[in-house]
Ligand binder design. Structure first.
Ligand SMILES: O=C(O)CCC(=O)C(=O)O
Ligand SMILES: [Fe+2]
Length: 191
């Protein structure tokens, strides 16, 4: 994973969770979505929602450790192990992380952007885990990563796939033709 990050600027890994863990996490996301616990996502940390809607129109729900259910706790534990691994093997200096569930309803997208805020550079790495039950060519919602030398890499949002990239890397989500589910987060160098 680390090698891919260094070589290409990103890495993707399949089957990051067991099928059981993945199905559990999807169930938790859908339960929160059905109970109206989601809101339209914004951009930046002081944004105007009208502007934001032209850039992205997914809906999100932030995970809070204290309110996480067992499936979400398992996921956050795995992330914690991953963070420890990065700190031990790469001296990444990571101090905290934040994650949200995301639902891209049919027709939703997220235009080209970077995840680091202009007034806060604490987000070091972006992590996305795809939770959609099934994805096939034509369903859209691919992740485009603008790596160095104007190379564009396309990642299919396949169930169970985890993508990991530096938060300074420009990327975008193409329009999804199906309901696209994911959990997305950031590994930060500040608490
Ligand atoms: O879902 C994805 O593939 C990427 C999402 C994203 O770029 C973001 O939430 O900042
Ligand atoms: Fe992003």
């Amino acid at each position: 994973m680390i090698q891919g990050l260094l070589d290409k600027g990103f890495e993707s890994v399949d089957n990051w969770l067991t099928a059981e863990q993945l199905n559990g996490l999807r169930k938790s996301l859908l339960t929160r979505y059905q109970n109206d616990n989601f809101r339209v996502a914004g951009i930046g940390n002081k944004d105007n929602l009208q502007t934001a809607k032209r850039v992205r129109n997914d809906q999100i729900h932030w995970l809070e450790t204290s309110k996480a259910d067992d499936n979400e706790k398992t996921f956050l534990n795995q992330i914690n192990h991953f963070v420890q691994y990065l700190n031990e093997t790469c001296m990444a200096g990571l101090k905290s992380f934040e994650f949200h569930h995301a639902v891209y309803e049919q027709g939703s997208f997220y235009k080209k952007h970077v995840d680091q805020f202009v007034n806060d550079d604490s987000r070091q790495f972006s992590v996305v885990l795809y939770l959609t039950e099934a994805w096939s060519e034509g369903d859209g919602g691919e992740l485009l990563l603008y790596t160095n030398n104007n190379t564009v890499s396309k990642v299919q949002p396949l169930p169970g796939r985890l993508v990991f990239f530096k938060s300074t890397l420009p990327h975008e989500v193409l329009t999804s033709n199906i309901t696209r589910l994911s959990v997305t987060g950031w590994l930060k160098n500040r608490a």
